[in-house]
Design a protein around this ligand. Structure first.
Ligand SMILES: [Zn+2]
Length: 151
């Protein structure tokens, strides 16, 4: 979507094209200008202080020049935006039960599996790749069963 504005492989994009990309990103990300300023600064340097709202407006309106560092960060954000839309396109809406709060637009990447304890009917999305049981209780119950069949 975002890359439609320009060929992002072009190293020397015009200020005008960069401003268009900046405007598209602001729109696509749905952040406030202040939030966007923080995001953009942290793409350049994770420890950077956020760009102010006024600075973002100046960049957007052509009052300040878009530097090579900022234009690189814009390309990075554009690529991430495309990645996010690809993920959203693959994602389907489902109804789930969650132990933790999930924002309504969160994408769950894990695959569901059945609990490995025979008789447990729980299906869950594991927290770690090796998690076989839905709960500590099921893991302990399996251990108990193994012990009692051996003993
Ligand atoms: Zn279980």
């Amino acid at each position: 979507v975002v890359t439609s504005v320009m060929d992002t492989s072009t190293p020397f994009a015009s200020q005008e094209a960069l401003r268009a990309l900046l405007r598209e990103l602001i729109e696509a990300r749905g952040e406030s200008l202040r939030e966007f300023g923080a995001t953009l600064a942290r793409v350049i340097d994770p420890d950077a202080r956020p760009f102010t709202r006024a600075y973002i407006i100046a960049l957007r309106d052509g009052k300040r020049r878009i530097t090579p560092k900022i234009s690189h960060a814009l390309f990075v954000l554009a690529a991430m935006e495309d990645g996010a839309s690809e993920l959203q396109a693959r994602a389907r809406k489902v109804q789930v039960w969650a132990v933790h709060d999930l924002p309504p637009d969160a994408i769950v990447l894990g695959k569901a599996r059945r609990c490995a304890l025979p008789g447990c009917r729980t299906t869950f999305v594991p927290v770690t790749p090796n998690q076989r049981y839905c709960s500590r209780e099921c893991r302990q119950e399996m251990r108990r069963r193994r012990r009692s069949t051996r003993g």
